[in-house]
Design a protein around this ligand. Sequence first.
Ligand SMILES: [Fe+2]
Length: 258
Amino acid sequence: MSVPPPTPDPIAATLPPTGRIDIHAHLIPGVDDGCQTIEESLACVRLLKQNGYVGTICTPHMAWVDDLPECTPAHVAEWVSQLRRQLKEHGENYAIWPGGELRLFDGVIDWLKQHGVPTLAGSRCVLTDMWETRWPTYAIPAFRWLLDQGYQPILAHPERLNCPEELPARLVEVQAMGVWLQGNANCFTGAEGYHADIFVRQFLAEGRYRLLGLDMHRPDTLPSRFDGLDIAQRESGPKLVNVLTITAPRRDIFGLRG
Ligand SMILES: [Fe+2]
């Protein structure tokens, strides 16, 4: 099945056209290793607004069966509704949407059948990640299953995957299948390690990224991620970074013209 085009999102349609939208964030308080309290979430929103962001898709870690059993698409939708109310109560005008950072693992397809597919802001896009020291055998079947169901898989921060020897060829393979790649701003700072530092620049220069995300966790993690965006803009020009953080989310996830 081909992936249907996104339908226009009414909230995104009201946002200033020059504002950045983050598609990868651990903003919901108290659900994973991201923000722990509403005060931390509010502090992050204020920092995001100061740095040119107008909206965030909330993507808590999902399908960590033993560690985060409550983190399901249905619960994330509830938590985002609650956080929207709290932002409003605190006078923060900031758009948020539900999503998830789906951990690929041996068994992820059964998990998806049981809990549903965590799409980004009601689109067909699904943010995925994996944490192995070798490229795992379950990755291609999971991407294939999502594509066959009409979903658009996005692999988060591929530059951080801990299998540097085989990584470039594996990414060529999954991109040929139709998987999109999302780079992490923090990797431009060197804070995510040597290979991520090299690969993020290589993949950006090769035009491999469809989107660039912050992957913010708690307020103290944000300044480094904004530094990463600044570095990327200095090295590759603001136009490319703007496409990946402003145009692409509107076009690819929210069905709006960039
Ligand atoms: Fe993340």
